[in-house]
Design a protein around this ligand. Structure first.
Ligand SMILES: C[S@@+](CC[C@H](N)C(=O)[O-])C[C@H]1O[C@@H](n2cnc3c(N)ncnc32)[C@H](O)[C@@H]1O
Length: 188
């Protein structure tokens, strides 16, 4: 398989570190567990954390992680196996992937930036996710804080359908000394 840019970062370390406190807090406390889809899961820090919370809920829910880095997916699979967690991985391009399956929670972490050149493809991705979620489904998005991109995300989501916003705040990202915007919304 041809190498992709993140392979080299993932090769030797847990590149993105631990899940943000804001993500852990959501998965640890959100009462309605479900099938989780992690788009651009990388090495799986978030997939693994959500799978641990679902596993402890013992309700047979699953996590699916999708990425183009086979290196990251292999590491994620190995860790999931070692902890006996139900995580499925899929090597696919999230932009062209025809989203199959029913998901209760769709996670995008560090996948949206809305830089000028990325706007068309990222807008299409957000619309695809919003469309795929059923009523009551949850979009979980984390992205680097920035007023312009936060406003743009809300605009394209609100254009698509009504949302009940559960979290619109910020979380620390101690591993990168950064602040991330947390936007978690439930499709009405
Ligand atoms: C900034 S990292 C974020 C990884 C993970 N979400 C996290 O926060 O730990 C971006 C990830 O998206 C993956 N990626 C980039 N473009 C992709 C695409 N078109 N389809 C699937 N994965 C993609 C990269 O391989 C990388 O693992």
């Amino acid at each position: 398989m041809a190498p992709v840019p993140y392979d080299i970062y993932y090769q030797d370390e847990n590149y993105f570190g631990d899940p943000y406190p804001g993500l852990r807090d959501f998965f640890d406390t959100y009462p309605h567990k479900g099938h989780v889809l992690d788009l651009g899961c990388g090495q799986g820090r978030d997939s693994l954390h959500s799978a641990r919370t679902l596993h402890s809920a013992r309700q047979g829910f699953t996590v699916t992680g999708i990425d183009i880095s086979q290196v990251g997916l292999d590491q994620l699979s190995a860790l999931a196996r070692s902890e006996e967690l139900d995580v499925m991985v899929l090597h696919a391009d999230i932009h062209s992937w025809d989203m199959q399956g029913d998901y209760d929670i769709i996670l995008l972490d560090s996948m949206l930036h809305f830089n000028r050149k990325d706007i068309p493809v990222e807008t299409a991705l957000v619309r695809k996710v919003a469309d795929k979620l059923g009523s009551g489904g949850i979009l979980v998005n984390f992205m680097i804080a920035g007023a312009r991109r936060e406003k743009y995300l809300k605009k394209i989501l609100d254009e698509q359908c009504p949302w009940n916003v559960l979290y619109d705040d910020y979380t620390d990202y101690p591993d990168f000394n950064a602040t991330y915007h947390r936007y978690i919304a439930q499709k009405v």
